[in-house]
Structures are given as structure tokens and as C-alpha cells.
Design a protein around this ligand. Structure first.
Ligand code: GLN
Length: 308
């Protein structure tokens, strides 16, 4: 029985939250000062259903930056703008097995997938318009169901220190995965990484992916069905960096993580799940985030190969 005023789902999430509150393994990202300065104890779990219910426990209203969780959403916009054939010609769909910031290409000279920095920067370069980031931000707002903003301090730090990403951008320009000035794509990428969200926002963004691109809170179509399939497929194989295989074995749902400590997971047709806690494992995935998803997958039998 649940405590007065609480739903059983919140009681359940509360139990999972309490179970992993003592998990303090890993370290916060510190490649830029504003990320290094966050409170490492922050911990939130949020779930949104495809019919618009949102549940959360812990620090669900705390703001943090999207970082690599932005990648599937910009990839989606690139798919809408350019069509699958052009995007496929420029960005692969194979898991890389390399770190997210690796300076690498596939045998055809393309970034291996859109969930590592190389593919994400190429996708940012495919977004159309005079002000491509304005379109990216508007698109993210449709996923979240509310207007979102850039954390200017994080953006300034990303831009100032992003030498490795710049190297990737120029490599992409050299091989033809980017047209024009690589700084245009890089600026979109640095800004998209710096968009501030809450854990509840992320659950809604994930639920919108689960609902074939239809935001369950606003009724707005954030992305077409075919593009959603493509996004969820690459999240399944490539979303958790070089731990994508471990994730598929241990959790078994499409997901994406970011260095701010966020992880989203999608159960097509049912749920979006988001966890936020800043300490990261050596691969760059939130330690508590991975632990929570493993637990949810086990308890709720979410693994996609699970048969009833
Ligand atoms: N801003 C980070 C980078 O480009 C994002 C990477 C991430 O979240 N893994 O290195």
C-alpha cells in the first residue's frame, strides 16, 4: 500500500532513489569549470507516459545542461531537413567502440554514428536555415513541451575549450561530411550541448520519442514517424558511448547519456525515463543513472528481448 497522497509508481521510484542514494562511485565531468562545480549529490528520476502522466522523485526540477543527450534530437532535425538518404550518406549508423570524442571516421570516410561527437557535429552542420541554432532550440522546445534556453556560462566554456571538437569539425570539412565553415556547425553543437533542462523535461522529451514524435503534454508533433524510428535505432546501438554493448545486455532499451550526468531511455509506445546524477563512470555515463536503469529494467521487465 502506498503512503497517503502518493501514487504507487512514486513509491516505487522513491524506493529505487533511496536504494542508490548511497552510490557515490565516479566523478563529475571537470573539463569545463561550470560542470566541475555542480553539486555531485544531485539525483533525480522522472518517468513520463505516452498519455501524458509525469512522475518524479528527487531533484526533478534542478537545471543542468543537455550535453550529449542533445545528439538524438539534432540528428532528428537533420533527418527532417535533409531526408534519410542524404543524412545516411554523410553519417554512419555503426557503433564505434571508441570514446565519444574520438577523432575517427569509418572506412567510407564518414563519422561512424550520430551519437558520438563527430557524427553529432556533422548532424549539426546539416540543420538548415540562416540561424540553424534557433531552429534547433525551437525543436528542442517541442520535444520538452516548453521553451528552453542556453546556459550561457556553459556555452562560453564549451566554445573556449572545444579544441578537440574543432579538430573533429575540420576533419569533417576535409572529408566532405561538412560543407562551408566548420565553425557554423561547431557553434550549433556547442550551443546545443549547453541547453538547460530539468529531469522532468528529459522524461517528456523521451516520452515524445516513445510516442512516435507526438509530445504527450502539448499534442505537438516534434518529429515525423520515420525519423523517430531512425533516431531510436541509433540510440539502441550507439547511445551509451563505448558501453553500448554492456547497456544492451544489462538494460536493453534505446537510451542516450550526456556528461552532465543525464540519461534518457525510451520504451516505444509506453514510457520515457530520465535519470540525472552528475557522477560519471570511466566511459562517461552517470553512475547512478546506469544503476537506476538496470534496476528498472530488471524490476519492470523492460528489456526488449524479454518475453512475457
Ligand atoms: N560538450 C561535450 C563534448 O562535446 C559533450 C559530450 C558528452 O556529453 N559526452 O565533449
Amino acid at each position: 500500500p502506498s503512503r497517503a497522497g502518493r501514487l504507487p509508481v512514486e513509491d516505487y521510484l522513491d524506493g529505487v532513489h533511496r536504494r542508490f542514494l548511497g552510490l557515490r562511485d565516479g566523478a563529475v565531468a571537470d573539463y569545463i569549470p561550470p560542470l566541475g562545480a555542480v553539486d555531485p549529490e544531485q539525483f533525480a528520476i522522472a518517468v513520463a507516459t505516452t498519455d501524458g502522466q509525469v512522475y518524479g522523485v528527487g531533484d526533478v526540477g534542478n537545471a543542468f545542461t543537455l550535453q550529449s543527450v542533445s545528439k538524438p534530437f539534432t540528428y532528428g532535425l537533420a533527418l527532417e531537413d535533409r531526408g534519410l538518404a542524404e543524412v545516411r550518406a554523410r553519417i554512419g549508423v555503426e557503433p564505434s567502440g571508441d570514446a565519444f570524442n574520438s577523432i575517427s571516421l569509418d572506412a567510407a570516410g564518414r563519422p561512424k554514428n550520430p551519437m558520438i561527437n563527430a557524427g553529432a557535429i556533422a548532424a549539426a552542420g546539416l540543420v538548415e536555415g540562416d540561424d540553424p541554432f534557433a531552429r534547433v532550440l525551437a525543436s528542442y522546445g517541442r520535444w520538452a513541451g516548453r521553451p528552453l534556453e542556453v546556459d550561457e556560462e556553459v556555452y562560453a566554456a564549451e566554445r573556449e575549450t572545444g579544441h578537440r571538437n574543432r579538430a573533429i569539425g575540420h576533419m569533417l570539412r576535409a572529408v566532405g561530411s561538412l560543407d562551408g565553415d566548420p565553425e557554423r556547425a561547431l557553434d550549433v553543437y556547442f550551443r546545443q550541448c549547453s541547453v538547460a533542462v530539468t529531469c522532468s523535461d528529459l522524461a517528456v522529451m523521451a516520452a515524445t520519442l516513445a510516442a512516435r514524435g507526438l509530445n504527450p503534454l502539448t499534442g505537438e508533433q516534434a518529429l515525423g514517424d520515420a525519423s523517430v524510428n531512425q533516431v531510436l535505432s541509433v540510440m539502441t546501438t550507439c547511445g551509451m558511448y563505448d558501453a553500448a554493448g554492456e547497456w544492451l545486455v544489462g538494460v536493453g532499451i534505446p537510451a542516450k547519456s550526456g556528461v552532465s550526468g543525464a540519461v534518457i531511455g525510451v520504451l516505444p509506445g509506453q514510457l520515457g525515463i530520465a535519470v540525472f546524477s552528475p557522477r560519471l563512470d570511466p566511459v562517461g555515463n552517470s553512475t547512478r543513472g546506469v544503476a537506476v536503469f538496470r534496476q528498472l529494467s530488471k524490476d519492470l521487465r523492460l528489456h526488449f528481448v524479454h518475453t512475457p
